[in-house]
Design a binder for this molecule. Structure first.
Ligand code: GTP
Ligand code: MG
Length: 304
């Protein structure tokens, strides 16, 4: 008789920049979520799927929890809270290279009531100033002793300790049928993935407030059959700024910045998709979009 398979939803939570998206990509072995040194990079519940002999884990990456009264931050927090509700397991990711402070307390208070389904990943142990013991002391103080078998010291970046963590997650997963076909490693819409890759490249090059002030809109995408055979995806996308005055910084001197963003995005997109690609990338402004309810509802979603 074939072995009974496991299936679970695992929601990844933590403070901004803890390394949640890096860890998701490591689990999946593919670039499922975008990563950057700028806090609050992730804005949606991004799903990555791991298929193994034992069964299937569906990881849900969430925006880093940052408590604030701003409309934009509140919307981001909602995504994490909603994703936790559907989780069989909560993977709480902490940054061992930073002393836990106020921001970490905001995450602890969210996960504390769910303790029996929480697994702890103390990430960035490769960093020179990493102090996982300080995190353990913090957790002990805030939520009581955490069980050794549920705590993992890892480096998502250097791929250390990730395999044992994955084994633990599979062992905790309930029995059940796979949620997705086995060949899936994500369920994101193509246009969302394209927008995210462009946003990653933009965030990495732009400075100050600009990374938080932009979003990317894929306005048109058309799959064309080429006369010589094969298919080409033609995409028109906009980097949308909050203010007119920010457009110049995105375009750069003589268009150099937007060109670099476009070329770097194309490089990643060609790795992800089998099609040939053409990207027409432009800049426009949606005045004060971070205060616009309809835009926020469209951009910040628990399903992408
Ligand atoms: N040294 C070190 N850096 C890491 C590790 N994991 C992630 N990082 C870095 O930490 C930064 C943030 O990583 P992300 O994966 O984007 O973090 P996140 O938790 O998804 O951040 P938000 O989406 O903003 O909440 C990036 O510069 C990563 O390269 C790690 O294990 N070691
Ligand atoms: Mg992220």
């Amino acid at each position: 008789m074939p072995a009974v398979k496991k299936a679970a939803f695992v929601t990844i939570v933590g403070r901004p920049s803890a390394g949640k998206s890096t860890l998701l990509n490591r689990f999946c072995g593919e670039k499922v979520a975008i990563v950057s040194p700028v806090p609050q990079t992730t804005r949606n519940a991004v799903r990555g799927i791991v298929n193994r002999e034992q069964g299937q884990l569906v990881f849900v990456d969430t925006p880093g929890r940052h408590v604030s009264e701003k409309k934009f931050n509140k919307k981001l927090m909602e995504v994490g809270e909603r994703s936790i509700e559907e989780a069989d397991i909560v993977l709480y990711t902490l940054d061992a290279s930073r002393m836990p402070a106020e921001e970490e307390e905001a995450v602890v208070s969210l996960v504390a009531p769910l303790r029996e389904k929480v697994v702890f990943a103390l990430n960035k142990i490769d960093a020179p100033r990493a102090d996982p013991q300080a995190l353990l002391n913090f957790l002990n103080e805030k939520i009581g002793p955490v069980e050794g078998g549920r705590v993992f010291k890892i480096s998502a970046l250097k791929n250390e300790g990730v395999e044992s963590l994955l084994d633990c997650l599979f062992s905790l997963a309930p029995e059940g049928d796979a949620f997705y076909p086995e060949e899936f490693y994500t369920d994101q819409e193509v246009s969302f993935r394209i927008a995210e890759i462009i946003r990653e490249k933009a965030i990495r090059h732009l400075r100050q407030e600009i990374p938080h002030s932009i979003y990317v809109d894929v306005a048109d995408a058309e799959l064309k059959t080429l006369p010589e055979g094969g298919q080409k995806l033609w995409v028109r996308a906009f980097i949308v700024t909050e203010r007119e005055s920010q457009k110049g910084m995105v375009v750069g001197k003589g268009g150099a910045m937007i060109k670099q963003i476009r070329l770097e995005a194309l490089k990643d997109l060609k790795r992800i998709f089998d099609w040939k690609l053409e990207l027409d990338l432009r800049v426009k402004t949606a005045h004060d979009w971070r205060h616009n309810d309809a835009t926020l509802r469209r951009l910040i979603r628990s399903e992408v």
